[in-house]
Write a protein of this length. Structure first.
Length: 197
C-alpha cells in the first residue's frame, strides 16, 4: 500500500492493531513481514504510555531525548523550558517518572513531541488527556504544529478525526483499508460496529 501525504485518521475496533501500526511507523516495533519505507520523518508515538525512563525525572528524560536527537546545549535548554511550561507538571517535573499518573506522562510526552520538528506526528488517543483547559491548549498547539507537519491520528472520537484528518485508514481483522476521504472511513467503521452488536 502506498499512502499519499496528508493528515491520516486511523480507525478500528480495540485489539485490531492500530497502536501496533503507529509503533511500527515510529520504529518502536518492526513488521514481521514486508517493510515500511518513507523519506518522511516520524515522531515517536504520542500516547498515554510513553517510553520514558521511569527512574529519571521529567526534566532529565527531556534532556536525554534532546541528546539522542543531537540538540545543542542552547536548543536543549529551550526545549526543557518549553516542555516544563507546556506540560504544567509543577514540582513533578523534577520528580521521577514512576511517580507520575498516566495523564502526567501523556502531557510530558505531548509537550516533548511538540518541541521537535517532524514531517509526521504520530498520535495515539492523546488528545483526551487533562482537564478542558489543557485539552484546548493542546489542540491549539497541535493545530499550529499541523501547519508545518502532518499527522497520523488514532482515535475513537469521530469528530476529532473529521476535524483534523482528510484521509482514512481502517484496521480490521489483520487488514488495512485505505479511504481517500475520512468520512468514508468513518462510515465503514460504523458499519463494522453495527455488525458486531
Amino acid at each position: 500500500m502506498t499512502l499519499p501525504d496528508g493528515n491520516i485518521g486511523i480507525l478500528g475496533r480495540n485489539g485490531m492493531g492500530k497502536t501496533t501500526l503507529i509503533r511500527m511507523l515510529g520504529r518502536i516495533e518492526f513488521p514481521q513481514k514486508g517493510r515500511i519505507a518513507s523519506a518522511q520523518t516520524f515522531s515517536w508515538p504520542l500516547s498515554l504510555s510513553a517510553g520514558f525512563i521511569a527512574t529519571m525525572n521529567g526534566r532529565s528524560n527531556v534532556k536525554f531525548v534532546c541528546r539522542l536527537y543531537g540538540k545543542s546545549d542552547k536548543e536543549t535548554e529551550d526545549i526543557i523550558e518549553f516542555v516544563k511550561d507546556f506540560a504544567e507538571l509543577g514540582d513533578y517535573y523534577t520528580m521521577p517518572i514512576n511517580t507520575y499518573s498516566s495523564g502526567m506522562r501523556a502531557r510530558l510526552n505531548f509537550g516533548l513531541s511538540l518541541a521537535f520538528d517532524f514531517d509526521y506526528l504520530l498520535i495515539d488517543e492523546t488528545l483526551s488527556v487533562g482537564d478542558a483547559s489543557f485539552r484546548n491548549k493542546a489542540k491549539e498547539m497541535l493545530q499550529k504544529k499541523i501547519e508545518q507537519s502532518q499527522i497520523l491520528l488514532v482515535s475513537h472520537d469521530m469528530k476529532t478525526l473529521k476535524d483534523l484528518c482528510h484521509i482514512g485508514l481502517l484496521v480490521h481483522e489483520g487488514e488495512l483499508h485505505y479511504f481517500d476521504h475520512i468520512d468514508d472511513a468513518v462510515k465503514a467503521y460504523e458499519e463494522i460496529n453495527k455488525k458486531a452488536k
